[in-house]
Ligand binder design. Structure first.
Ligand code: ADP
Length: 166
């Protein structure tokens, strides 16, 4: 079990400044972080897992202790497989807290040796979610305040493909 390894899981569809802030702060707390993209067979993300990995890799280039991977199945078993000791999650509003606490309790019930640490979002990112960014971008709105430039570019390209009429 490595005390030095934490996993930051999420959908990251796509990665936003809110996610990036959590990654940067977690990178100072742990020796190594795996940003882990959960792949759910029933969900239909805007960006494929490969695309999401590439976007995150590019925006964390300045951080040497971050790796990015996709996983499927139970997060807690993936953490055990990686020998991680900690799960990092971001907290925005109180509704996040209720959901996150239930998941943290369940994970601790399954594997008590793996703990969860919550980082509060910075005030300016408190309302920010990937779904909000997708929604605004899908209507042609400006999301440059919410996501790094290369993510904004990828959104424009992706939405041009997905909304193109046959
Ligand atoms: P989203 O809700 O943006 O779709 P994810 O499912 O990818 O996010 O969430 C991954 C993790 O990142 C979660 O712990 C979530 O609370 C956190 N997170 C997402 N957006 C922010 C933000 N703006 N500030 C802090 N944490 C965030």
């Amino acid at each position: 079990m490595s005390r030095a390894l934490a996993i930051y899981p999420g959908s990251f569809d796509p990665v936003t400044f809110g996610h990036l802030d959590i990654i940067e702060r977690a990178a100072t707390l742990f020796e190594n972080i795996i940003v882990a993209i959960g792949v759910h067979p029933t969900k239909h993300p805007l960006f494929s897992a490969t695309e999401r990995i590439e976007l995150i890799e590019q925006v964390v280039r300045h951080l040497p202790n971050i790796t990015v991977e996709a996983f499927d199945g139970l997060l807690i078993e993936y953490c055990a497989e990686k020998k991680a000791s900690m799960i990092v999650r971001g907290l925005r509003v109180t509704t996040d807290f209720e959901y996150e606490l239930q998941i943290a309790h369940a994970n601790a019930d399954i594997r008590p040796e793996i703990d969860t640490i919550f980082l509060p979002s910075r005030t300016k990112h408190g309302f920010l979610s990937a779904s909000l960014v997708r929604e605004i971008a899908s209507h042609g709105g400006d999301v440059t305040r919410y996501a790094p430039p290369l993510v904004c570019d990828a959104l424009v390209k992706k939405l041009a493909i997905t909304t193109k009429k046959p």
